[in-house]
Design a protein around this ligand. Structure first.
Ligand SMILES: C[S@@+](CC[C@H](N)C(=O)[O-])C[C@H]1O[C@@H](n2cnc3c(N)ncnc32)[C@H](O)[C@@H]1O
Length: 272
């Protein structure tokens, strides 16, 4: 759920600051008649963009269906092959046997799966707008293993305990409301010796300029990206997966915008 009242005042404040900054900048260049017209046009443009963006955020926050449809389109657009695939496939390519994938979205990880290693895959996905893309991606990658889609959140994962060999989750825990609850379901679903494979974008270290940038963009980002937030996922994993053999690597994801660069990838193996 996106809490409109929590985020909107913050976003409006940021947008208002941007408008004021635009206004001051335009006054600074305010010399002569042509510059005055340019200054006025700049203010009108910034104000119009601010208004349109705010209305867009209000629409997304107040209409869950619209937010899900928008987010599915955004994910499909962003899930094209790219440099992050090296880390993605290093993680998802290890999946074997009976697999659960948390939040498969448009099937981004399907290009990493090895058909011969996977017996069956259960996708746990709350957003039904991904239905067509997921099956189309499976066909595109010539994958032959059966795929069962369950339209659920990871918090509601209700599989037979101790029956899965691998659980895969990439770029999913940022959107999950109850990360500890999902991890507890992952622990239950895996067989002894089974592996949780993950790659997530995470919160930067506190006190860094990157963390400040993340805090600044988070209010608008969480609405645009369907509740995604910057979290200390490595800290949560280290607390929750005690007794499991975890291998966690922090790395800089090749992302176009700096707030999304800090990443972790790795695996946690359930004790036998
Ligand atoms: C950013 S997309 C990532 C999709 C894909 N895993 C990838 O790596 O490209 C996040 C996905 O997690 C799903 N999701 C959001 N909340 C979830 C939850 N509570 N449990 C499981 N999946 C969730 C979203 O619907 C979406 O498909």
């Amino acid at each position: 759920m996106v809490c409109l009242c929590c985020y909107l005042p913050n976003i409006c404040l940021q947008l208002l600051s941007a408008s004021v900054l635009g206004f001051i900048t335009s006054r600074f260049f305010d010399r002569g008649k042509r510059s005055q017209r340019f200054a006025r046009l700049t203010v009108i443009l910034v104000s119009t963009l601010t208004l349109v963006f705010t209305l867009f955020l209000i629409a997304l926050s107040s209409a869950p269906g619209l937010r899900q449809a928008w987010f599915a389109k955004l994910c499909v657009t962003l899930s094209t092959p790219g440099p992050l695939d090296v880390s993605r496939c290093e993680v998802a390519g290890q999946a074997y046997g009976k697999v659960v994938e948390l939040g498969p979205g448009p099937g981004t990880n399907f290009r990493c799966y090895e058909d011969a290693k996977i017996e069956q895959l259960t996708g746990i996905e709350p957003n039904e707008y991904f239905k067509a893309e997921l099956m189309a991606e499976k066909a595109k990658q010539n994958l032959t293993f059966p795929v069962e889609q369950r339209w659920l959140r990871g918090e509601e994962l209700d599989v037979e305990p101790g029956t899965f060999d691998s659980v895969v989750g990439t770029h999913v825990l940022c959107t999950v409301e109850d990360v500890v609850g999902v991890l507890s379901n992952v622990k239950k679903a895996l067989k002894p010796g089974g592996t949780y494979l993950f790659m997530e974008h995470v919160a930067a270290e506190e006190g860094t300029w990157l963390r400040t940038a993340q805090k600044l963009v988070e209010p608008a980002f969480t609405i645009i990206a369907n509740s995604c937030r910057f979290k200390n996922i490595e800290g949560i994993l280290r607390r929750e997966m005690i007794g499991w053999e975890c291998d966690i690597t922090a790395f800089d994801g090749p992302m176009p915008l700096p707030p999304f660069v800090p990443h972790i990838r790795g695996s946690c193996i359930k004790p036998k």
